[in-house]
Design a binder for this molecule. Sequence first.
Ligand SMILES: Cc1cc2nc3c(=O)[nH]c(=O)nc-3n(C[C@H](O)[C@H](O)[C@H](O)COP(=O)(O)O)c2cc1C
Length: 395
Amino acid sequence: MQVRRCAHVLVEPRETIDFDLTELALGGTGVRERLGWVALAAHRDEDIPLDQDEVVALGAVSPSHWQDLDALAERHSRGVLDTLLAKGLLIAQAPADESSRQFAQADEAVRAVHWRGLSAVAHRHTRWHGADTEEAERHFAESSEQTFLERLGPALPAVHARVEAAQRMPLPRPAPSPLDALTERRVTCRNFDPVPLARDVFAAVLYRVFGARTVCDYAPGVQLLKKAVPSAGGLHATEAYLLVRNVEGVAPGLYHYHPVEHALEPLRGLSDEEASALARSFVAAQAYYAGAPLQIALVSRFEHNFWKYRNHAKAYRAVTLDAGHLSQMVYLAATELNLGAFITAAINEVEIEQAFGLEPMTEGPLAVCGFGVRAQERVTVEFDPQGNVWTSRTA
Ligand SMILES: Cc1cc2nc3c(=O)[nH]c(=O)nc-3n(C[C@H](O)[C@H](O)[C@H](O)COP(=O)(O)O)c2cc1C
């Protein structure tokens, strides 16, 4: 059998701390610390414990060329090599069973996209599945008498001043501009009115943020889009996948936005209940964001950006920054139309990938945004210290 190592794997020396009642009963502290090796692979969601022999054998197998397993077994225990195969860290060229086939397929998906190893592992293993922020807050409150801020201790100053006040060079303040007027009303919205969002307003924000103004033939077979936001390499690798709950004339469901055609691509219809449940799970149970009439998953097509920036140390950072630019544009376009907008990074990536049918290492969500009509009353906290949004409302 021919095998090779998976494309990207990092091995972490990890300390786990757990509680041992027997040890406590014997007069100890009950706290047990265990050190061990854990493999974090770019094609597997699980943390995979390894023993020392497995670590050594893993480091001796090439990820790039196929090797004969019998020949490897002359230098490493056959049992160890079989375990690494069963754990999906060694990949078989001709998989003999379903799990080996899945490991090979997932590894191939990582290889095809030209990930940088460190970024690939970081992305794969920082995705959430089934995270529930409400539950986490409850658990936090029950596990201590201290408030969140008490546990954190003193914060750093808001600004890291580098010189004495007298040494600073004051700069002229600009005369108020329309941009100032717009940005002053930009306040992250956590209070949405349950009224349906008008279709033309919905379409206007999508166009201004995600719509392509023009398509340029940059080189044979290479098209570049011009949009309102900058984008790494001009590739606009981040696309909008929508969960629509409550928009006039748009049935609840999952959609992809086509930026050149300025059109929705329907992917799956949803009942109201399904749409609400998905909205809640996408944003890890942040109920105030689940109440928005729509959510936009900012999905990066890694394969598109990494086509140009292959195995590149900055590429993953660049696509993350792309998402930030889009998010600010969502805020501005929504604010201009007197709507509220939000972004959250506390998302269940796995549920979003599953809903939209995305291969996690080929294209995946980096954040979720949304917008809608603001509620008349502020129930959930918002950061509006100057009262730019809430003075005219019941605060
Ligand atoms: C990258 C990013 C992630 C965020 N994630 C969350 C989040 O998970 N939950 C939330 O309520 N707000 C989230 N926010 C919104 C911030 O809490 C908000 O921007 C901040 O409190 C300042 O308020 P302002 O946007 O109204 O100025 C996020 C903002 C950014 C830029």
